[in-house]
Design a protein around this ligand. Structure first.
Ligand code: GDP
Length: 290
C-alpha cells in the first residue's frame, strides 16, 4: 500500500513520523485516533473499530521494526495489514459453472446486482443466465428482464406463476445451456418470516454454490440482524455492497461480513449493468478512510 491510498489526515499524521527511528505511545495514539474517526464516520461498527485500534496499538508498540525500516513505514505496514484483516479478502469466485443465489431486503439492489453480475461473468467469457423469482414486488419481472436484455444475457422469469420455487426450478431447466445461473429472489421491507421461509425453499430447490447477501452501502448497523437471519436461514458465503456511488461508504456492511464470517464479492456503483467491480481490499480501504 502506498500512502496515497490513505485519507489525507491520516497521511499527514503518518508523515509526522518521518525521520523518527522509534515510535512513542503518543504517536501511535494519534494514528489510531485518526483511523477511528474515519472508520466511525464510514459507519463501521464501534466494536470492530475498537478491536482494530487495540490490534494496531499493541503491534505498533510491541513489534520490533525490521532492520532499516523507519518508524513510519513500520506503522504504515501494520495499519494496512490490520485494515485488510478488517475488510477481508475478496470472496473466491472461480470462473466455472455455478449457481449463485442472491438474498437481501427489498430495495437493496438485488435485481440490479443480478444483471450486473451476469454482465460481469459474460465479460469473463462465461454464459450466464438470470432467473427472476420475485413474485412479490410489482414490476420486478419487467425490471429484471429489461436489465438482463441490456446486459445481453439469458433471462428466465414467469409473470403468470406465483410460486417462486416453481419459477426457480423451471428457470434452471429452461436455461440449462447457461454456465452461470444467477437466481434473484424477492425481498421484503423488513425481515418478515415469510421472506425467510421463501428463501429457504428456493435455496433447497436451487442448491446454489454461492449465497450472496446484497446490502445497500447506507445500511449502517441494521446489517447485523439481516446478516444473522439470512445466515441462519441459508448460510451466507459473501456480501455485495451496492450504491457506493452515493455518499455512504459501506462500512456498515463490514458488520455483515464479520457476523457471517464471509467476505465481500462485488461492489456496485451505479444503476447500469456495467457499474460493478470485484471487491479488492486496498481500494475499499482507501474509500473507507478517504
Ligand atoms: P431489489 O429490490 O433488491 O431488487 O433492488 P433493485 O435492484 O430494484 O434496486 C433498487 C433501486 O436501487 C433501483 O432504483 C436501482 O436502480 C437502484 N440501485 C441498485 N444498485 C445501485 C447502485 O449501485 N447505485 C445506484 N445509484 N443505484 C442502485
Amino acid at each position: 500500500m502506498v500512502l496515497d491510498d490513505l485519507g489525507s489526515s491520516l497521511r499527514g499524521t503518518l508523515d509526522k513520523l518521518r525521520g523518527k527511528s522509534r515510535i512513542s505511545e503518543e504517536d501511535v495514539d494519534e494514528v489510531v485516533k485518526e483511523i477511528q474517526r474515519s472508520l466511525l464516520q464510514a459507519d463501521v461498527d464501534t466494536s470492530l473499530v475498537m478491536e482494530l485500534s487495540d490490534d494496531i496499538s499493541s503491534r505498533a508498540l510491541d513489534e520490533e521494526p525490521p532492520g532499516g525500516t523507519t518508524a513510519r513505514d513500520h506503522v504504515l505496514r501494520i495499519v494496512y495489514e490490520e485494515l485488510v484483516d478488517l475488510v477481508g479478502e475478496s470472496t473466491e469466485l472461480p470462473l466455472e459453472e455455478q449457481t449463485i443465489l442472491l438474498a437481501g431486503l427489498q430495495g437493496s439492489g438485488k435485481t440490479t446486482t443480478a444483471a450486473k453480475m451476469a454482465w460481469w461473468f459474460s465479460k469473463k467469457g462465461l454464459r450466464p443466465a438470470v432467473i427472476q423469482t420475485d413474485t412479490f414486488r410489482p414490476g420486478a419481472y419487467d425490471q429484471a428482464k429489461q436489465m438482463a436484455d441490456s446486459a445481453e444475457v439469458s433471462f428466465y422469469g414467469d409473470p403468470d406463476e406465483s410460486d417462486p420455487v416453481a419459477i426457480a426450478r423451471d428457470g434452471l431447466e429452461a436455461t440449462s445451456d447457461a454456465e452461470v445461473h444467477i437466481v434473484d429472489t424477492a425481498g421484503r421491507h423488513a425481515l418478515e418470516d415469510d421472506l425467510i421461509d421463501e428463501i429457504e425453499d428456493i435455496e433447497d430447490a436451487v442448491d446454489p454454490d454461492r449465497r450472496l447477501l446484497v446490502l445497500d452501502a447506507a445500511i449502517g448497523q441494521g446489517a447485523k440482524e439481516q446478516a444473522q437471519r439470512f445466515d441462519d436461514a441459508i448460510g451466507i458465503d459473501g456480501v455485495v455492497i451496492t450504491k457506493l456511488d452515493g455518499t455512504a461508504k459501506g462500512g456498515g456492511a463490514l458488520t455483515a461480513v464479520n457476523e457471517t464470517e464471509s467476505t465481500i464479492a462485488f461492489l456496485g456503483s451505479g444503476e447500469t449493468v456495467k457499474d460493478i467491480e470485484r471487491f479488492e481490499p486496498s481500494g475499499f480501504i482507501s474509500r473507507l478512510l478517504g
